[in-house]
Design a protein around this ligand. Structure first.
Ligand code: CDP
Ligand code: CDP
Length: 228
């Protein structure tokens, strides 16, 4: 499988990373790894155990005793926290508003990156997050940095909630997204930043299919058009 490559997709919250990453992975029969789900799972456990998200030592200690598994299931990815299915819980608002505080601790990131690199070592992988192109897979053959205006991203999350039957408010969603982007972009340890060799794609006025096509074009440049 020498033609299997690594595809890194980074960008701010709700830019469409996981949606297109899943499509690309399916098209290429690659594995998909949602690294945000790992930070979310750790945050959920800290929340359940009443640990302060700012307490770096406690959070790192917790991670060292925590097993996080991403399982590919028929309808996407299943997230297992110490063997228990937490796929739904990790998307709860309580987790979303706290996850950036957990993710800013340098030793937490070191351990997460180690686990993520191990998961990706056999290639044929699409990985999405904030530091994939810069730290986790610096040698990825294709690096994409997805962006979109914050208004568009808040709208997308709102529409998602409507579909799930969850009541929400665009203004609050916009504030939450902006706050998370601010913390993720300004932290000292591997902040959210476009890798110098990443291709930036503004998805504000693109459909999901258009974004996927754009990325598959880049993949084809590396793998050869026949394998697209
Ligand atoms: O999907 P959404 O944009 O809401 O976020 P996510 O990808 O699930 O990531 C949740 C949070 O985890 C981010 O806001 C970051 O604080 C953190 N994260 C990170 O620091 N590094 C990554 N590679 C992935 C996520
Ligand atoms: O993973 P990330 O937080 O970057 O975003 P996501 O969860 O994949 O996408 C957020 C929402 O935007 C999803 O409901 C997608 O269906 C939608 N989306 C869109 O409407 N247009 C795009 N070009 C990309 C995503």
């Amino acid at each position: 499988k020498e033609n299997n490559i690594a595809i890194a997709i980074d960008g701010p919250a709700a830019a469409g990373k996981s949606t297109v990453a899943k499509i690309i992975a399916e098209k290429l029969s690659y594995i998909y790894i949602d690294t945000g789900a790992m930070y979310r799972a750790l945050t959920l456990k800290a929340l359940n155990e009443g640990i302060n998200m700012e307490d770096k030592d406690a959070i790192v200690g917790l991670l060292m005793n925590t097993e996080i598994n991403l399982k590919q299931s028929f309808d996407g990815q299943m997230v297992l926290l110490d063997g228990l299915d937490v796929t739904k819980e990790i998307r709860y608002q309580d987790v979303t508003t706290r996850v950036s505080y957990v993710a800013k601790h340098a030793p937490v990131r070191t351990e997460m990156v180690k686990r993520q690199q191990e998961m990706a070592k056999n290639r044929g992988v699409v990985m999405d997050g904030r530091d994939i192109g810069t730290h986790v897979l610096p040698n990825a053959e294709v690096k994409i940095f997805l962006v979109a205006t914050v208004v568009e991203r808040a709208k997308r999350r709102y529409e998602e909630n409507v579909k799930k039957g969850i009541a929400s408010n665009i203004e609050i969603l916009k504030n939450e997204i902006e706050e998370r982007d601010r913390i993720d972009s300004n932290r000292e340890a591997s902040p959210l930043i476009k890798a110098s060799d990443a291709i930036e794609v503004d998805t504000t006025s693109l459909s999901i299919i258009q974004v996927a096509e754009r990325i598959l074009d880049e993949v084809a440049k590396v793998k050869g058009p026949k394998l697209k």
